[in-house]
Design a protein around this ligand. Sequence first.
Ligand code: ADE
Length: 260
Amino acid sequence: MRFDVLTLFPEQISSYFSQSITGRALKEGIIELNTVNIRDYSNDPHNSVDDYTYGGGAGMLMMPGPVYDAYKSLNVPKDTRVVYLTPVGRVFDQKYAIDLSKEKEIVFICGHYEGIDERVIDEIVTDRISIGDYVLTGGETAALVVMDAVSRLVPGVLGNETSFVDESFYDDLLEYPQYTRPEHWMGKDVPPILLSGDHAAVDEWRLEESIRITKELRPDLYEKWAVSHEEYFIKKEKKAKREAEKARKRAKKLANTNDL
Ligand code: ADE
């Protein structure tokens, strides 16, 4: 996977990306990162890349020329996805990350000031992405969020290939809580079921926890999940009936023994 980032602040991108897991992926050549400073494509004696907005209004806007020339310098194939980070975009989520992770190369355009002249966006951008309903000072942090989420889906970037299969947002549920050593800490214990060695019981506990947490923190996601998982509720009802029947039989047996 290759990322090309058009930005006024290339160091913001490269310094973050060269650390930790993404840093290792860069070193191993699984991910390639190429930053282009838009200012290098200014055609103005003062190296400026922004100007006042037509129609008035506060703030400056990035001019179309330098952004377009920076993009052209990449010489990428015509069908390359070009992402513009903007609060006026489709909200990024895990499904979007999965979709982008299938690309060979992605171009990111980071805006500053009040944004970028609409004409160059119309000309080259394929995806307008927002990372949430708030406004950042620039697109760089948003590009890093998207690149990070996409990178970890690229085979080989995470040590364990399956480690993203059962985490948050897979199957529309949030991830269950996890524990490591020590078993007792500050008066809090690891849930005993996780020490039981009973894999089926652990799986069941994790699913129940995921459901509980999602219902509490993200009722919107829970509703979506519940609608598409009718079989879970049917199975749960059958299990409850079986257990009630078992309890009834036990109570009856106990009553009979007491009668003797
Ligand atoms: N640029 C400024 N705010 C942004 C946001 N919320 N998402 C993506 N890019 C942005």
